[in-house]
Design a protein around this ligand. Structure first.
Ligand code: IMP
Ligand code: MG
Length: 191
């Protein structure tokens, strides 16, 4: 039997999880609103959604289905040199796209923007491939943290600058399947 959505889950008794930053229902509603906006904005020019793995996999899967017109999907994976909970800004492409971006309407789907250094690097690198357009859709943006000017076309939520997990976001690969976004207050893993 499926447990009730609003009932207690094992996440609620996890001492490493703090307060809920974005509840599941609020996430779903906002993702659907973003999907409607993207549907309208890309009328007649089907976008190529580029998900940044791994964090964006949950968001992109919901977002893609909330866009009510055909889209294509591709993914890339990047690794940033830095500690487990902050980025250095030096980014390496670990898995590149399969698609040729030339003349495509590219919409980068990212889970969270902290310093903005990852996206700033990605934007530069993808723009060099001559897309017809390149926009960014970020689910979460941490307030007051950006060190690069990003020009984000779509933003889900501005959130306080705490370390958060869930809805694709992890700490040492844990919590990606948590259905809401919560503050992580456990020990910082060593990497
Ligand atoms: P930035 O380059 O500093 O903007 O960091 C962006 C990347 O760091 C994101 O794509 C995430 O993978 C990771 N990240 C930043 N903040 C968090 C967080 O609060 N929880 C989980 N991952 C995060
Ligand atoms: Mg990411």
């Amino acid at each position: 039997m499926t447990p009730p959505v609003d009932g207690m889950s094992r996440w609620d008794s996890d001492p490493d999880l703090g307060k809920v930053v974005v509840p599941e229902e609020v996430l779903q509603e906002r993702v659907h609103a973003l999907g409607r906006e993207i549907t309208t904005d890309y009328e007649g020019r089907p976008p190529l959604l580029v998900g940044v793995l791994k964090g964006a996999f949950v968001f992109m899967s919901d977002l893609a289905r909330a866009v009510r017109q055909p889209v294509e999907i591709d993914v890339m994976a990047v690794a940033s040199y830095g500690s487990a909970t902050s980025t250095s800004g030096v980014v390496r492409i670990v898995k590149d796209l399969d698609s040729d971006l030339t003349d495509r309407h590219v919409l980068v789907v990212e889970d969270i923007v902290d310093s903005g250094l990852t996206l700033s690097y990605l934007r530069r690198s993808l723009l060099a491939r001559q897309p017809a357009s390149l926009e960014i859709c970020a689910l979460l943006v941490k307030e007051g943290r950006q060190r690069a000017n990003l020009d984000l076309r779509y933003v889900g939520f501005n959130i306080p600058p705490d370390f958060v997990v869930g809805y694709g976001l992890d700490v040492a690969e844990r919590y990606r399947n948590l259905p809401d976004v919560r503050v992580y207050q456990g020990p910082v893993p060593v990497d």
